[in-house]
Design a protein around this ligand. Structure first.
Ligand SMILES: [Zn+2]
Length: 182
């Protein structure tokens, strides 16, 4: 369905981002239930809808698609916080930390920033996607890796390659995203 050249998903996306930008986290039509959901419901959307179900359709291509989705979100979040940061990386990262905490995505902590070498590493502590998940064979937070990559891409206006090198679901107690500026 198209309205003003936008699909219904694009219209919904616009309203969700407008809500985030406004900083007002209350939402309509949730008088009794409020704006919060149990983390397990988010994980169903993240690991099932945007995980095993995608894998059923795409097979080994699933992580790339999930990464791409995360990157789109990261770029959008980057745009949201980029205003009033004067292109200052520290201010930008501070605002990202704040937004990720508000949205309960996780606690973002810069581990390494070496612009000359084109390397940035950000930790995501208490990652919403893999909290309480264990015994996986490799890092599973492709969405978050993409998101962090998108956040970095948005600031530097350069292509990036983000890789999750530690994952809480592997027993690492945190998720570490290594970003190469390319
Ligand atoms: Zn992880």
């Amino acid at each position: 369905m198209l309205q003003n050249d936008k699909t219904d998903y694009q219209l919904a996306q616009q309203q969700i981002f407008d809500g985030i930008i406004s900083g007002e986290f209350g939402v309509e039509n949730r008088k009794d239930l409020g704006p919060m959901i149990p983390i397990r419901l988010f994980q169903v959307l993240r690991m099932v809808a945007l995980g095993s179900n995608v894998e059923d359709i795409l097979g080994q291509g699933a992580p790339s698609m999930v990464y791409h989705s995360g990157q789109s979100l990261g770029v959008a979040l980057g745009h949201i916080v980029a205003a009033n940061t004067d292109n200052d990386l520290e201010t930008y990262v501070g605002k990202i930390e704040q937004l990720c905490r508000q949205l309960s995505i996780g606690l973002v902590v810069p581990e390494k920033v070496d612009i000359t070498a084109g390397v940035i590493e950000l930790r995501v502590d208490q990652c919403v996607s893999c909290a309480g998940i264990h015994n996986v064979a490799s890092p599973i937070c492709h969405f978050e890796a993409g998101m962090v990559g998108g956040i970095v891409k948005s600031f530097f206006k350069r292509n990036v390659k983000a890789t999750e090198t530690k994952c809480n679901a592997l027993g690492d107690k945190t998720c570490l995203i290594h970003v190469d500026l390319i």
